[in-house]
Design a protein around this ligand. Sequence first.
Ligand code: NAD
Length: 498
Amino acid sequence: MVNTTLLINEKVQVFLKGTKEMFIDGKWVPAVNGTLYESINPTTNEVLAKIYEGDEQDVDLAVKAARRAFEGGWKKTAPRERARLLNKLADLVEENLEEITQLDSLEYGGTLAVAGGFAQNAVHHLRYYAGWATKLYGETVELTGGGNIHAYTKREPLGVCGQITSWNFPALVACWKLAAPLAAGNTVVLKPAQQTSLSTLYIGKLVEQAGFPPGVVNIVTGAGSKLGEAITSHPDIDKIGFTGSTVVGKRIMEKASDSLKKITLELGGKSPNIIFADADLNKAVPGAITAILMNTGQVCAAGSRLYVERSVYDEVKEKLVEIAESFVLGNPLDPNAQMGPLVSKAQVETVEKYVEQARKDGANILTGGKRPENPELEKGNFYLPTIIEGLDENCQAVYEEIFGPVLCILPFDSIEEVIERANSTEYGLASGVWTTNLQTAHTMIESLDAGSVWVNEYYLTDDNIPLTGFKQSGVGSELGLAGIEAYTKVKSVAIKLG
Ligand code: NAD
């Protein structure tokens, strides 16, 4: 395997030295309790950096700073000034794309191509919502009862937003959690996942450099069970924006109810990807591979249940296995690697347990189903691309989110059957359909109970398209106009004119 340290750029090496502090009220500070945790490189399981582990005392300081910044001026800042600052931050993130990409590759194991693509999307995302800062407005309202009354609505920011992120594309999700709330005039207390705090802290340096007033953005680091809970139960936080698992999302909803905080929850999925016999298989098969193996399967919207019409099932299966077996696993900083490790030892063990259970349920493991037998990879959290057949929707590997490179393939015989089976899940995040028949495509679009339906391509996401989790995949929407409106409240005004 390529020597990691040789590949790390100088700025990243400097950044990794020393103890990483939190960003509160415009200053870099240690945790009040002085405790530290270690960030681990999943490629080697060696320590990458030491980071302060905050608790409710740090959250309280951050919330107080965010409240002061909000009331002290940020909520009334001219929208074009907010746009300018967000555009400045986007420029700085773009100038530091290599560093941010490397930090994410080092900390969660995404390949340079994937982590770099996500980091570039973070830049687009910041610019996208910088644009919306100057385009939010209310409406004039004609009253149903008539009369000499002037009525209108206006949009106002919510206040202090507690933003909590997942580890699977850290820099991008951090920017998702900053851009819309800041553009709408809110202040932010941001908590990255404990496994992946580094790129968020690096972006914190860029927030400082961009010139955001102190307290507008605060970054606290630490465990979900302690720091996350302190955020969701803090009485002076107005909204929680969360990306993570459904289990934790439910807990957040419960805690947020104490003070009726507004919430946006982007949660897990077990998304169906469906290949009809009339599809262009030269596109559908590689598309199905990307749908499951991109980011080592650690994507909320991963196409982890692949339904294939029976007449093309064997052909699709053969091609899938061929591509999966050609995948090059390796150090994510090596440009030749197509797939890196999973984020942590715990995550590989989770994947192993699911595959073990699948075996007990009678699965036929077509390829993978184990860690690679390559001495160069044995220190890291690597797992082979895995394709499983012979299970149905009653099996755990088919109905639960695995969050690893494990694809279940399932044959089907009719459109009615596949609609019912695709929807037979508690999740409803995304779905894919591969067909050349317009009627089939539209029938599926109407019938799939998922927030996103992608036809003849997978991961057709864009800043302008809202991302919504149906059923237990979420509450509210992120991205698009809906994504920024979720960080505003509508005030209604009625003036009696005499
Ligand atoms: P996770 O739920 O374990 O953790 C997410 C965040 O919540 C972390 O910052 C964690 O520290 C924090 N947290 C944990 N317990 C908490 C608590 N009790 N109170 C407050 N915060 C707490 O998720 P993860 O393992 O980091 O990420 C993977 C999950 O995220 C998957 O389920 C995936 O589907 C989901 N995800 C969803 C989207 C989406 O847009 N829908 C995007 C990416 C990931």
